[in-house]
Write a protein that binds this ligand. Structure first.
Ligand code: KG4
Ligand code: ZN
Length: 345
């Protein structure tokens, strides 16, 4: 079965063709970073307009790369939330137009289910059950993943997401957008221990996170350094202190989640899963306890169409009969949407 995945929830247009037997046949991603960089962040209206320009050329590109044509597509999966309303509408309306024209079912999927399942596209792939640490620009969650579509939320952030904390720290350090990779690189030059930042909610006894206080602590450290004419080394020390703090908290809570569920496999997904310091730390922790940690390849960590096609396959398995008999022409998007709501829709 051939599934087309379409992702347009934020600032990346991602399309992919997934063969249910043979994996990803082709994928193509267009990042809007160069367009938004002048504004220091994503401009929603520009994002929507750019998605409109990109989706169909990217569809042609993946069909060509996979040596397939539209008639061979069996189902279409599209991100319908959470994300920017206008950006989501582009993908969802194109998916429905294609579904109508080709007489194929359209599966509207949750963006985070895509991230959650993305490690299954890597080799070797993890097997169920596992604990998933989802860390993106909009989410920080720990989930107990028992099977396809069977996910139990263990803990989540009470305020900022981990990626958001990286992006805000980048802004405070004058590193611009997108912030995560830049903070991570600068941290490599920082002196560990030169500055210490708090580890929020480390002792909370639950599996929730909170990162907004960490951002305020970074702001205070930057102001203190600025008072004495901040130098490059100080900025690197602050970046290092921030990365050490966030990695400590994420690793600590992930280990508690493994303890609580009695599982030994951890899967990390979402944009922050591309972070080299987090990867190294989790690798060390899991080897020490005889467990295994899985990261999707870097191109599957951030937003992409392949993970959406895979989430579509999961939804197809759950709702196959209903979708085959029902091809609605009306559709909507869900800018705010919990994974639990998505699984029952
Ligand atoms: O999953 P993603 O591509 O989009 C969302 O669904 O949000 O995640 C984007 C987030 C951004 O906040 C970005 O700064 C962060 O992931 N990110 C990183 C790294 N690469 C991307 N954060 C830390 N280190 C990285 N190497
Ligand atoms: Zn994402």
């Amino acid at each position: 079965m051939l599934i087309l995945g379409i992702e347009t929830s934020c600032d990346e247009t991602g399309l992919a063709l997934l063969d249910s037997e043979n994996g990803v046949l082709a994928q193509h991603l267009h990042s809007q970073v160069d367009m938004h960089v002048a504004y220091g962040g994503v401009v929603p209206e520009l994002a929507s307009r750019d998605h409109i320009r990109r989706v169909l050329p990217l569809l042609d590109s993946v069909l060509q790369r996979a040596d397939r044509d539209t008639a061979q597509i069996d189902a279409i999966a599209v991100t319908s939330g959470p994300g920017l309303a206008g950006a989501l509408l582009v993908g969802v309306s194109i998916a429905h137009a294609l579904g109508y024209a080709l007489e194929r079912p359209v599966y509207q999927v949750h963006h985070m289910e895509g991230h959650l399942l993305s490690p299954l596209l890597s080799q070797p792939a993890p097997t169920f059950p596992f604990v998933a640490l989802l860390v993106s620009g909009g989410h920080s969650q720990l989930l107990h993943v028992r099977d396809w579509g069977n996910y139990h939320l263990l803990g989540e952030t009470l305020d900022d997401a981990a990626g958001e904390a990286f992006d805000k720290t980048a802004q405070l350090l004058g590193l611009g957008y997108p912030g995560g990779p830049a903070v991570s690189r600068l941290a490599e030059f920082g002196d560990p221990g030169a500055i210490t930042l708090p580890r929020p909610m480390m002792g909370s006894g639950d599996l929730n996170f909170s990162f907004s206080g960490l951002k305020t602590a970074v702001l205070t450290a930057v102001r203190r350094a600025e008072a004495g004419n901040v130098c490059e080394q100080e900025r690197a020390d602050i970046a290092r202190a921030f990365v050490d703090a966030i990695v400590d908290v994420l690793a600590y809570k992930a280990m508690r989640a493994l303890d609580q569920t009695g599982l030994s496999t951890l899967v990390v997904a979402g944009g922050v899963g591309a972070n080299s310091q987090l990867r190294a730390r989790l690798q060390t922790e899991l080897s020490a306890r005889g467990g295994q940690v899985f990261f999707p390849p870097l191109d599957l960590c951030t937003d992409n169409g392949a993970m959406i096609a895979l989430a579509g396959l999961a939804k197809l398995k759950r709702t196959r009969a209903a979708a085959e008999n029902h091809q609605p022409l009306a559709f909507s998007v869900h800018p705010r949407w919990s994974l639990a709501q998505a699984l029952t829709s």
